[in-house]
Ligand binder design. Structure first.
Ligand code: SF4
Ligand code: SF4
Length: 424
């Protein structure tokens, strides 16, 4: 018999009625997008289980951690150094905001026309439907884009928010600013958790998070093969789950899956035929359960081979050096690793352009789909730079602007099918 999690949800302040509506919306979507795929690796069973238990088992684990005096710290950006939270005995979770929820409540405190991701996180909090959000003792905000930066001021009315100032450029003085922000974050986390971060605890957490990133990198590498041994949709799901699952268990499960994928590659077994167009997706993060564009692309006969997204390569490429000799040096190494992320909030952001050209070659991509959320100025504007560089390099590009609604699905299908036809 399925466990009844309602008493737990109630005890953490969830609005059970609104939560029921959210859960009812999830399973059919998941079945349509995921369970009907052909040739799925057996190793996806664990990740299906995680989704099935999305508001159950993992929340129970977080509550168990809190009952023992542990802290849970939430983040909305891949700039927040998970290593530091773990080194102080905390659990760091990425909060999702990939679905339209609580929009009416969110619009009471935010403008109507704002990026869906920001509206979603405010909606989740105000509608009290996310047990992850309600489990957070603190949220870490950043100054990456203006909308988010100002929204965190409002969010602070409902949950303690620690702000990190992320620079907008990558000059030496920006590097020192960011390093000092990481150092301040360490002190704040120590105060908040009541636990001192030692050289040993930081070294251990750096290794653990590195192992997670290495497992994801191994999976990414396997997707360079033709036919691709796993679908882009499944890969995206794993990359989304990476943000909140138990680090060691997740790393082990991705490792097991990669063993299976390696065998598939040896046998020449793929999710699509070797003539399927190979696509790279780039742009704004696709937070769980935002699978719309990936689903349309793969249902149109293509295979996504890489995500140049924060729910993708930006999250796990580059690891923190493990040879730091003291806490100070490790803080600098952590800061350095995070500042290599190519977010569109930077100007200029040439690293992203170079990366896209390099990825297209490495993954033998036939084309790139640039997907921005509506009202996301950084990515919508930067799409012009991406277009220029890809054109110079002869890489076909399709630019899409969308949101969390399904109203534009028909139009997206037509445009994506035409693009795939063109690159064939
Ligand atoms: S796109 Fe930029 S702001 Fe958004 S999660 Fe990624 S790094 Fe953070
Ligand atoms: S999607 Fe764009 S506008 Fe929205 S929070 Fe991220 S960077 Fe800001």
């Amino acid at each position: 018999m399925a466990t009844d999690y309602r008493p737990m949800w109630k005890s953490i302040g969830i609005d059970l009625k609104a939560h029921d509506q959210l859960l009812q919306a999830l399973p059919p979507t998941y079945k349509d997008v995921y369970m009907d795929q052909e040739n799925r690796p057996d190793g996806m069973e664990y990740f299906d289980f995680v989704i099935n238990e999305i508001h159950g088992l993992r929340i129970q684990e977080l509550q168990g951690h809190k009952a023992k005096g542990g802290k849970v710290i939430g983040a909305f950006c891949v700039f927040v150094p998970e290593e530091i939270v773990r080194a102080a005995g905390g659990i760091c979770i990425g909060l999702c905001s990939g679905i339209k929820i609580g929009a009416a409540q969110a619009e009471k405190v935010l403008p109507r026309n704002i990026c869906p991701l920001i509206k979603s996180f405010m909606g989740f909090k105000l509608a009290k439907v996310c047990p992850y959000f309600e489990s957070c003792d603190m949220v870490v905000g950043e100054t990456t884009c203006d909308g988010k930066k100002k929204a965190f001021e409002i969010l602070h009315d409902y949950v303690p928010v620690h702000m990190m100032e992320t620079p907008q450029m990558k000059r030496e003085k920006d590097k020192s600013l960011w390093r000092s922000e990481v150092q301040d974050f360490l002190i704040r986390v120590e105060e908040f958790t009541g636990n001192k971060i030692t050289f040993e605890s930081l070294q251990r957490s750096v290794k653990e998070v590195n192992e997670k990133r290495k497992a994801l990198l191994r999976m990414a590498d396997l997707r360079k093969n033709n036919p691709a041994p796993i679908s882009g949709k499944d890969s995206l799901l794993i990359e989304q789950i990476a943000m909140y699952d138990d680090v060691e268990r997740f790393t082990a499960k991705v490792g097991e899956l990669c063993n299976e994928l390696e065998n598939r590659v040896k046998e020449g077994k793929g999710v699509q035929g070797s003539d399927a167009p190979r696509i790279i997706v780039t742009g704004t993060p696709m937070a769980i359960p935002n699978w719309k564009v990936a689903h349309i692309i793969e249902s149109s006969g293509a295979v996504i081979v890489a995500e140049e997204l924060c729910t993708g390569l930006r999250y796990f490429e580059n690891i923190v050096p493990e040879n730091g000799e003291n806490v100070n040096q490790m803080v600098s190494d952590i800061a350095g690793r995070y500042l290599s992320i190519n977010c569109a909030c930077f100007t200029p952001n040439e690293g992203r352009m170079e990366k896209l050209v390099q990825l297209a070659k490495e993954y033998k991509a036939d084309g790139i789909i640039h997907c921005s959320l509506a009202f996301c100025d950084p990515y919508l504007v930067e799409a012009n730079r991406v277009e220029k560089v890809l054109k110079e390099n002869g890489i076909p590009l399709l630019k899409i602007e969308t949101d969390y609604g399904q109203e534009d699905s028909g139009q997206l299908i037509t445009r994506i099918e035409a693009f795939l036809e063109m690159i064939k």
